[in-house]
Design a protein around this ligand. Structure first.
Ligand SMILES: Cc1cc2nc3c(=O)[nH]c(=O)nc-3n(C[C@H](O)[C@H](O)[C@H](O)COP(=O)(O)O)c2cc1C
Length: 209
């Protein structure tokens, strides 16, 4: 068994270096790299957005059905790549800015590409079963003012559900919200949450060893 932790980092902010969520996904990756050998794969969906999937192609991708035409073949090939990245990951880090109470369209497109029947999930007699092998999923939710966890937050619950659905064993939501604070304060507060989560992970690993 490899001693290297495979980390998949997915960003989706359009704000480049000004992005709160990207500062925090970077911080998470840096903290992992300080403590253990990691193999990092980064996908910046803000820099390189995924095209939305047309409805007919979505049906083929979701059901892992044979592609019927060139467009579906292309989508399926992209989906295969994104799924391979996911299946290789031990840790998944997602930066999720809130846009109009939901996730960025490009992040939704990523979700639509990686939910694949019989590959990343399957239905069993006892209900859906996730097929990825990801130990920890970290979701950094950045907002302008909408409180993470409030009834207007359609980001954290949605992504938590998706990660659980595909079999991520421990899902953590980092709150980077609040219009009453400066971006620096929001980042500092969220870093504190990350430190606490990583400390708990260290303690659990020590108990299991
Ligand atoms: C198009 C757009 C829509 C937004 N919608 C919301 C929203 O519904 N609720 C909210 O609290 N903030 C909203 N914001 C603010 C962003 O969530 C906030 O700037 C956050 O820091 C973005 O994450 P980032 O810094 O990683 O880019 C919106 C920003 C943009 C550009």
């Amino acid at each position: 068994m490899s001693n290297t932790t495979s980390v998949l980092r997915i960003d989706s902010s359009a704000r480049g270096s000004a992005s709160v969520s990207k500062q925090l996904t970077q911080y998470l990756v840096d903290q992992f790299a300080r403590e253990e050998a990691i193999e990092l794969l980064e996908r910046d969906l803000g820099e390189q957005p995924l095209a939305p999937i047309a409805a007919a192609e979505l049906v083929a991708v979701h059901g892992s059905a044979d592609p019927v035409d060139k467009a579906a073949q292309k989508q399926l090939a992209l989906s295969d790549t994104l799924v391979a990245e996911l299946m290789a990951a031990d840790v998944l880090v997602i930066g999720a800015p809130m846009y109009n109470f939901g996730v960025a369209a490009t992040l939704k497109a990523w979700v639509d590409h990686i939910c694949r029947a019989r590959i990343t999930f399957r239905y069993t007699d006892s209900g859906p079963q996730g097929l990825t092998n990801i130990e920890h999923g970290f979701i950094v939710v950045s907002t302008g003012g909408t409180r993470v966890g409030s009834s207007a937050d359609f980001v954290s619950g949605y992504l938590r559900q998706i990660l659980k659905f595909i079999g991520v064993r421990n899902v953590h939501v980092i709150h980077a919200d609040g219009s009453k604070h400066s971006a620096d304060e929001i980042v500092a507060n969220a870093r504190g949450q990350i430190n606490t989560l990583l400390e708990a992970r260290r303690e659990n690993s020590a108990v299991e060893a």
